[in-house]
Design a protein around this ligand. Structure first.
Ligand code: PEP
Ligand code: MN
Length: 375
């Protein structure tokens, strides 16, 4: 059961005290409080866990601080969509809105290499009006002798350049909880010229201690990659780990599944799951066409497979695109062969906008059917 309190309920108010006293004394029930700071108001949600079957909605709604109660299922308690659950999806971070209705593009380097390439990438983004990017500093690699990323050494100049080019959010994978502090210390020292979204890679989707550490902090939102060899349910539960520790600002990223059946692509493109994840949870959904497709192969229509895969995800309602670009792919230290080129950026952005607009039009043409199904 979930009890949603009246907006802006003060935690030292009499109504809150009485409500908590009642809830905390329910036999066999444990209570977990989540605070959500929205743009205009603060919401408090109280999750009642354990023996809640015998509780009635009316009983909880009668408590002085409670606005409404929702009976939630066991799966994805915080991030999931439940019956009669009209809670909003998404969040705003560093001035950028993330929701299940809009779209943000994170084009950038798979791995940070030299300042010149970071500069060229960010200049191209600024020229095209983009305020988000991806920049890998900590790279999990299959081969221990491969380049592992510059780590904290590159953070100062990457963050400074981001600030200079008006970048508001950088998706950056971390592979250990100590990286959160490295990022935070560096940003703080520089006066926070940009923001960071902590990315959890597909190899770490079920690294539960890392998930808990990211979930315990609320400064940075999280981008969770789907595990490449586990079920969707298992990956969604991994996302719920973040929320259960207190950080519900989570975006879920589809990045293809590891199977021979996906060939000639690097992974089996799984973007048909975009609407499924939006139906099961309230998370904005990201697609990563670069790591799904893994090449610059082009079909006879002149369009790269990476671009086709992007279009498939966006036309199905994806809310974020995470994509590898590089000014000189032949010099990239990681994943050069799948990177798009600077000169391809404007057309690619136009293609994405077209697909996002088409998704909106698709919603409109099905709207009347949706309304009659609800009757
Ligand atoms: C990445 O985005 O750089 C990456 C390593 O992706 P994944 O974890 O999906 O393989
Ligand atoms: Mn990569």
């Amino acid at each position: 059961m979930l009890a949603i309190l009246h907006p802006n309920t003060e935690l030292d108010s009499e109504a809150y005290r009485q409500t908590m006293h009642y809830l905390e004394n329910l036999p066999g029930v444990s209570v977990r409080v989540h605070e959500i700071q929205g743009a205009s108001q603060r919401l408090t949600e109280i999750y009642l866990l354990g023996d809640t079957k015998t509780l009635s909605k009316e009983e909880i709604e009668a408590l002085p601080a409670v606005e409404r109660a929702i009976r939630i299922s066991d799966d994805y308690r915080i991030l999931g969509r439940h019956k009669d659950d009209h809670r909003q999806s998404g969040f705003t971070y560093n001035g950028v809105e993330f929701s299940q209705n809009n779209l943000n593009i994170f084009a950038g380097l798979c791995a940070v290499d030299v300042p010149e390439h970071v500069e060229q990438m960010m200049q191209a983004l600024e020229d095209n009006g983009e305020v988000c990017t991806r920049m890998g500093a900590y790279k999990p690699r299959t081969n221990p002798y491969s380049f592992q990323g510059h780590g904290k050494g590159c953070l100062p100049w990457v963050f400074e350049k981001a600030g200079k080019h008006g970048i508001k959010v950088i998706a950056m994978e971390i592979t250990h909880e100590s990286h959160i502090e490295e990022i935070d210390t560096c940003l703080e020292k520089l006066g926070r010229p940009t923001g960071v979204m902590l990315q959890i890679g597909t190899r770490n989707t079920q690294n539960f201690e890392l998930l808990k550490a990211i979930g315990r902090q609320k400064t940075y939102p999280a981008l969770l990659k789907r595990g490449f060899g586990i079920t969707l349910n298992e990956s969604l539960n991994a996302a719920e780990y973040l929320a259960s520790e207190g950080n519900a600002n989570v975006i879920f990223c589809l990045r293809g599944m590891k199977t021979e059946a996906g060939q000639p692509h690097r992974n089996m493109v799984d973007f048909a799951h975009v609407p499924a994840v939006k139906r099961l949870t309230r998370m904005p959904v990201c697609v990563d066409p670069s790591h799904s497709v893994g090449s610059r192969d082009r079909s006879p229509d002149g369009i790269l497979d990476v671009m086709h895969a992007t279009a498939q995800g966006v036309i199905a309602g994806a809310n974020m695109v995470l994509v590898d670009f590089h000014p000189k792919p032949e010099k990239a230290l990681v994943d050069g062969p799948q990177a798009l080129l600077m000169k391809e950026l404007p057309a690619y952005l136009e293609d994405i906008r077209l697909c996002h607009d088409t998704w909106k039009k698709r919603q409109a043409i099905y709207q009347t059917l949706k309304d009659s199904a609800a009757e």
